[in-house]
Design a protein around this ligand. Sequence first.
Ligand code: F0G
Length: 417
Amino acid sequence: MIFPDWNKDNGVRATGLDADGLKLLWSGRRSSSQAADHSGVWRFREVLPALAETQEPITLREGNTPLYAMPLCARIAGVERLQAKHQGMNPTGSFKDTGMTVAASFARQQGFRWVACASTGNTSASMAAYASRGGMRSLVLIPEGQISWSKLAQSLDYGAVTCQLKTDFDGCMRVLNEVVQRMPVYLLNSVNPYRLEGQKTLAIELMEQLDWRVPDHVIVPGGNLANSSAIGKAFLEMKEWGLIPTLPKISIIQAEGANPLVRTLRENGGRALIPVQAETLATAIRIGNPASWKKALRVLQATDGRVEQVSEVEIALAKAEIGAEGIGCEPASAVTLAGLKKFVKHGFVKSPETIVLVLTGHLLKDPDFTLKFHRGDLFGGTRFEKEAEVLVPEQRAPLVLEASADAVVRVLEKAGS
Ligand code: F0G
């Protein structure tokens, strides 16, 4: 695998601009007609490794994602104000696109015909799309029966050779590492540093949206722990470049059943990773042996962030509460709200502080989970059945009625004002 070195300061320093100059340069590009400037990633290209001048980036107009006010969720969590940066509004429906545009562009520049990844579904969907846009073939390894079918459908439709392996994500990763030793395919998993560079732009775009006022807390889900690492790197670099005066506390939330970072910190102070056999309905973060755990740990330490774990029922409840704001996300994203509630309870997050949740994937990434939730089928027959009773008030099962106005009117009357 070829990862040429780059000097991270090159781009920013080479402009000769100070912080205000950079901010102006980036905001000015919003009105440009160039494809690269329409991308919420390449618009910040000074913070990315430089593509050769002969190369165009492979872009689907990624980034440019909304920052939403979440007043209902704020009230539920017990804070004054809450915002969510919705990375599910990217072209393939997850935050992966911001890293993939960069890594795929460099794969093409280096002349690779094949790119590959192991995935819990979102990386593969994103990679398949960007590979095809860039005229490359892609190989996807996913754990059989353990990813959402809508993500599987994406990778098929975007033209990937898709292999469902009879193992979990960590097993897929092991197989892929062997495949890349034997075949000239370019590894596009999140250990690929170009992906991390692209994912940094989430933080820069967020700061632009906040008028460069640093929030007190940024809360992210943790799976393979690349995204938290990338966001942390971005904030540290922004501080170094004088774009921001302070750092937010960056905290990471894992599912209880896929909690290697939580266990590692609690049981051995972060000295050595404690891998786990991962099990969670939030399949995107069903990862027991995260590749970027050391980087994520450094981010927690550098920003005074915390790690927390949340239960399956807490995830399902938080997802429904986010949904009830009119903002759909996938289960893995909802861990952020579930984690925030715990942080408030423990006093780590205080009510007047500014908080941003990073929603990593779109609701439509996992429609099965949502339908089962509303039909009350998510936890039936499982050990969570009793705990899941708290979900009943949030459940809105579809109603099957006779085709008559009377029947519909009765429903409206029953629903009240
Ligand atoms: N949220 C979603 C929706 C994800 O798809 C992932 C990771 C994460 C959070 C966790 O991010 O791994 O950087 O800590 N999905 C990967 C995949 C593993 O293959 O799609 P992370």
